[in-house]
Ligand binder design. Structure first.
Ligand SMILES: Nc1ncnc2c1ncn2[C@@H]1O[C@H](COP(=O)(O)OP(=O)(O)OP(=O)(O)O)[C@@H](O)[C@H]1O
Ligand SMILES: [Mg+2]
Length: 227
Protein backbone atom coordinates (compact mmCIF):
# COMPACT_ATOMS: atom_id res chain seq x y z
CA UNK A 1 0.00 0.00 0.00
CA UNK A 2 1.38 3.41 -0.95
CA UNK A 3 2.01 6.02 1.75
CA UNK A 4 2.31 9.80 1.62
CA UNK A 5 6.06 9.43 1.06
CA UNK A 6 5.40 7.60 -2.25
CA UNK A 7 3.28 10.41 -3.72
CA UNK A 8 4.59 12.44 -6.66
CA UNK A 9 5.10 16.19 -6.31
CA UNK A 10 1.93 16.90 -8.34
CA UNK A 11 -0.12 14.50 -6.23
CA UNK A 12 1.21 16.05 -3.01
CA UNK A 13 0.37 19.55 -4.23
CA UNK A 14 -3.16 18.36 -5.06
CA UNK A 15 -3.46 17.20 -1.44
CA UNK A 16 -2.46 20.57 0.07
CA UNK A 17 -4.88 21.54 2.85
CA UNK A 18 -3.13 24.66 4.15
CA UNK A 19 -0.38 27.12 3.23
CA UNK A 20 2.30 28.00 5.79
CA UNK A 21 4.11 30.23 3.32
CA UNK A 22 3.32 31.13 -0.27
CA UNK A 23 6.45 30.95 -2.41
CA UNK A 24 7.76 33.78 -4.60
CA UNK A 25 11.10 35.44 -5.28
CA UNK A 26 13.65 33.45 -3.29
CA UNK A 27 11.04 31.84 -0.97
CA UNK A 28 9.66 28.32 -1.41
CA UNK A 29 6.07 27.19 -1.04
CA UNK A 30 5.62 25.61 2.41
CA UNK A 31 2.40 23.58 2.32
CA UNK A 32 0.55 21.34 4.73
CA UNK A 33 -0.52 18.21 2.83
CA UNK A 34 -2.81 15.45 4.01
CA UNK A 35 -3.28 11.96 2.60
CA UNK A 36 -5.57 9.43 4.29
CA UNK A 37 -5.38 11.29 7.60
CA UNK A 38 -1.57 11.54 7.54
CA UNK A 39 -0.23 15.09 7.47
CA UNK A 40 3.17 16.26 6.24
CA UNK A 41 4.89 19.47 5.19
CA UNK A 42 5.91 19.97 1.56
CA UNK A 43 8.66 22.55 1.05
CA UNK A 44 8.83 23.23 -2.66
CA UNK A 45 11.54 25.45 -4.18
CA UNK A 46 9.82 25.12 -7.60
CA UNK A 47 7.57 27.98 -6.41
CA UNK A 48 10.45 30.48 -6.34
CA UNK A 49 11.01 32.75 -9.34
CA UNK A 50 11.98 30.77 -12.44
CA UNK A 51 15.77 31.31 -12.58
CA UNK A 52 16.18 31.04 -8.83
CA UNK A 53 14.15 27.81 -8.80
CA UNK A 54 16.17 26.43 -11.70
CA UNK A 55 19.69 27.18 -10.47
CA UNK A 56 19.51 27.61 -6.69
CA UNK A 57 16.41 25.52 -5.83
CA UNK A 58 18.09 22.09 -6.14
CA UNK A 59 21.01 23.22 -3.97
CA UNK A 60 18.71 24.51 -1.21
CA UNK A 61 16.54 21.38 -1.20
CA UNK A 62 19.65 19.20 -1.17
CA UNK A 63 21.22 21.14 1.72
CA UNK A 64 18.08 20.92 3.83
CA UNK A 65 17.58 17.21 3.06
CA UNK A 66 21.20 16.46 3.92
CA UNK A 67 20.99 18.25 7.30
CA UNK A 68 17.68 16.54 8.19
CA UNK A 69 19.16 13.18 7.15
CA UNK A 70 22.08 13.67 9.54
CA UNK A 71 19.65 14.59 12.33
CA UNK A 72 17.34 11.60 11.82
CA UNK A 73 16.04 10.31 15.14
CA UNK A 74 16.71 13.51 17.09
CA UNK A 75 13.54 14.32 19.01
CA UNK A 76 12.49 17.91 18.32
CA UNK A 77 13.62 17.85 14.69
CA UNK A 78 11.01 16.78 12.10
CA UNK A 79 11.97 13.75 10.07
CA UNK A 80 12.67 13.91 6.35
CA UNK A 81 10.02 11.68 4.72
CA UNK A 82 10.84 11.95 1.01
CA UNK A 83 12.40 13.91 -1.86
CA UNK A 84 9.49 14.23 -4.33
CA UNK A 85 11.87 15.87 -6.85
CA UNK A 86 15.24 17.64 -6.85
CA UNK A 87 13.71 20.95 -5.68
CA UNK A 88 11.36 19.74 -2.96
CA UNK A 89 11.37 17.92 0.35
CA UNK A 90 8.57 16.26 2.31
CA UNK A 91 8.91 16.54 6.10
CA UNK A 92 7.06 15.14 9.07
CA UNK A 93 4.37 17.60 10.27
CA UNK A 94 4.63 18.77 13.86
CA UNK A 95 1.61 20.45 15.42
CA UNK A 96 3.42 23.50 16.78
CA UNK A 97 3.38 27.29 17.08
CA UNK A 98 6.14 29.89 16.92
CA UNK A 99 7.90 30.12 20.29
CA UNK A 100 7.79 33.90 20.29
CA UNK A 101 3.97 33.87 20.14
CA UNK A 102 3.38 30.99 22.55
CA UNK A 103 0.37 32.07 24.61
CA UNK A 104 1.27 30.82 28.07
CA UNK A 105 4.31 28.94 29.35
CA UNK A 106 4.36 27.93 33.01
CA UNK A 107 8.11 27.63 33.28
CA UNK A 108 10.26 29.26 30.60
CA UNK A 109 13.46 28.36 32.50
CA UNK A 110 12.83 24.61 32.11
CA UNK A 111 11.75 25.09 28.49
CA UNK A 112 14.93 27.03 27.65
CA UNK A 113 17.03 24.26 29.28
CA UNK A 114 15.36 21.82 26.87
CA UNK A 115 15.97 24.14 23.90
CA UNK A 116 19.65 24.47 24.84
CA UNK A 117 19.95 20.67 25.13
CA UNK A 118 18.30 20.22 21.71
CA UNK A 119 20.71 22.70 20.12
CA UNK A 120 23.62 20.95 21.82
CA UNK A 121 22.44 17.54 20.52
CA UNK A 122 22.19 19.02 17.02
CA UNK A 123 25.74 20.40 17.27
CA UNK A 124 27.03 17.07 18.60
CA UNK A 125 25.50 15.46 15.49
CA UNK A 126 27.68 17.85 13.44
CA UNK A 127 24.99 20.24 12.21
CA UNK A 128 24.77 24.00 12.86
CA UNK A 129 21.34 25.42 11.97
CA UNK A 130 22.46 28.96 11.07
CA UNK A 131 19.00 30.57 10.94
CA UNK A 132 17.51 30.11 14.40
CA UNK A 133 17.37 33.88 14.88
CA UNK A 134 14.48 33.97 12.39
CA UNK A 135 11.33 33.88 14.51
CA UNK A 136 9.53 31.15 12.51
CA UNK A 137 12.25 28.55 12.99
CA UNK A 138 11.92 27.80 16.73
CA UNK A 139 8.53 26.26 17.49
CA UNK A 140 6.76 24.79 20.52
CA UNK A 141 4.73 21.59 20.00
CA UNK A 142 1.48 20.49 21.66
CA UNK A 143 3.46 18.91 24.55
CA UNK A 144 5.27 22.23 25.07
CA UNK A 145 8.53 20.73 23.71
CA UNK A 146 10.92 22.76 21.51
CA UNK A 147 11.02 22.01 17.77
CA UNK A 148 13.49 23.33 15.18
CA UNK A 149 12.57 23.73 11.48
CA UNK A 150 14.03 25.26 8.30
CA UNK A 151 17.49 23.74 7.82
CA UNK A 152 18.12 25.43 4.48
CA UNK A 153 21.03 27.49 5.87
CA UNK A 154 22.45 24.59 7.91
CA UNK A 155 26.11 23.75 7.70
CA UNK A 156 27.85 20.48 8.54
CA UNK A 157 31.05 20.10 10.51
CA UNK A 158 33.93 19.49 8.10
CA UNK A 159 36.54 16.77 8.28
CA UNK A 160 39.44 17.35 10.67
CA UNK A 161 41.67 19.33 8.28
CA UNK A 162 38.90 21.29 6.55
CA UNK A 163 39.66 24.55 8.34
CA UNK A 164 37.31 26.69 6.24
CA UNK A 165 34.27 24.40 6.69
CA UNK A 166 35.02 24.11 10.39
CA UNK A 167 35.33 27.84 10.98
CA UNK A 168 32.00 28.41 9.15
CA UNK A 169 30.51 25.61 11.26
CA UNK A 170 31.79 27.08 14.53
CA UNK A 171 30.56 30.56 13.55
CA UNK A 172 27.09 29.20 12.83
CA UNK A 173 27.07 27.27 16.12
CA UNK A 174 27.71 30.62 17.84
CA UNK A 175 24.86 32.20 15.85
CA UNK A 176 22.58 29.34 17.03
CA UNK A 177 23.54 30.02 20.64
CA UNK A 178 22.91 33.75 20.21
CA UNK A 179 19.39 32.90 18.95
CA UNK A 180 18.57 31.50 22.40
CA UNK A 181 19.48 34.86 23.95
CA UNK A 182 17.43 36.70 21.34
CA UNK A 183 14.36 34.56 22.08
CA UNK A 184 14.87 34.93 25.84
CA UNK A 185 14.93 38.70 25.43
CA UNK A 186 11.52 38.52 23.75
CA UNK A 187 9.65 35.99 25.88
CA UNK A 188 11.47 35.79 29.22
CA UNK A 189 13.89 38.74 29.63
CA UNK A 190 14.23 38.04 33.37
CA UNK A 191 16.24 34.91 32.44
CA UNK A 192 18.95 37.00 30.74
CA UNK A 193 22.09 37.42 32.82
CA UNK A 194 22.99 40.56 30.87
CA UNK A 195 20.26 42.66 29.23
CA UNK A 196 22.76 43.64 26.48
CA UNK A 197 23.43 39.97 25.64
CA UNK A 198 20.54 39.69 23.19
CA UNK A 199 22.34 41.97 20.75
CA UNK A 200 25.39 39.68 20.44
CA UNK A 201 25.32 37.69 17.24
CA UNK A 202 27.71 34.88 18.06
CA UNK A 203 30.67 37.23 18.31
CA UNK A 204 32.62 38.54 15.31
CA UNK A 205 32.59 35.28 13.27
CA UNK A 206 28.82 35.06 13.67
CA UNK A 207 28.35 38.65 12.56
CA UNK A 208 30.57 38.09 9.49
CA UNK A 209 28.66 34.90 8.56
CA UNK A 210 25.29 36.59 8.92
CA UNK A 211 26.46 39.45 6.72
CA UNK A 212 27.73 36.98 4.08
CA UNK A 213 24.41 35.08 4.23
CA UNK A 214 22.38 38.27 3.78
CA UNK A 215 24.59 39.42 0.89
CA UNK A 216 24.28 36.05 -0.89
CA UNK A 217 20.50 36.20 -0.50
CA UNK A 218 20.38 39.79 -1.82
CA UNK A 219 22.65 38.92 -4.78
CA UNK A 220 20.55 35.84 -5.63
CA UNK A 221 17.45 38.01 -5.57
CA UNK A 222 19.02 40.49 -8.02
CA UNK A 223 20.42 37.78 -10.31
CA UNK A 224 17.65 35.21 -10.35
CA UNK A 225 14.34 36.86 -9.53
CA UNK A 226 12.17 39.57 -11.01
CA UNK A 227 11.98 41.48 -7.67
N1 LIG B 1 7.72 20.27 9.88
C1 LIG B 1 6.91 21.28 10.17
N2 LIG B 1 5.84 21.10 10.99
C2 LIG B 1 5.02 22.13 11.27
N3 LIG B 1 5.15 23.37 10.79
C3 LIG B 1 6.20 23.61 9.96
C4 LIG B 1 7.13 22.59 9.62
N4 LIG B 1 8.04 23.12 8.78
C5 LIG B 1 7.71 24.40 8.62
N5 LIG B 1 6.61 24.71 9.32
C6 LIG B 1 5.93 26.03 9.39
O1 LIG B 1 6.13 26.70 8.14
C7 LIG B 1 6.85 27.92 8.34
C8 LIG B 1 7.77 28.16 7.15
O2 LIG B 1 8.66 27.06 7.02
P1 LIG B 1 10.25 27.28 6.86
O3 LIG B 1 10.72 28.10 8.01
O4 LIG B 1 10.86 25.94 6.66
O5 LIG B 1 10.32 28.08 5.51
P2 LIG B 1 10.79 29.55 5.12
O6 LIG B 1 11.28 30.29 6.29
O7 LIG B 1 9.75 30.17 4.26
O8 LIG B 1 11.85 29.15 4.11
P3 LIG B 1 13.37 29.52 3.82
O9 LIG B 1 13.97 30.20 5.04
O10 LIG B 1 13.95 28.18 3.54
O11 LIG B 1 13.32 30.43 2.62
C9 LIG B 1 7.56 27.73 9.69
O12 LIG B 1 7.82 28.97 10.29
C10 LIG B 1 6.55 26.91 10.46
O13 LIG B 1 5.53 27.75 10.99
MG1 LIG C 1 11.83 29.81 8.27
Amino acid sequence: MSTIADFSLDELREHAVDVFRKGRGTRPDVLLVEVAGVRAVLKDQNACDRWFAMFVGPLLAWREARALGRLKGVSGIPELLARPDSRSILIEFVDAVEAKSYPHMDDWRTWFDKLERLIQTMHEAGIAHGDLRSPGNILIDSNAEPVLVDFVAASGEGSRWNFIANSVYRGLCAVDESAVLKLKSRVAPDLLPDPEASTHVGGKPGLVLRTIGQTVRRLSRILFTSK
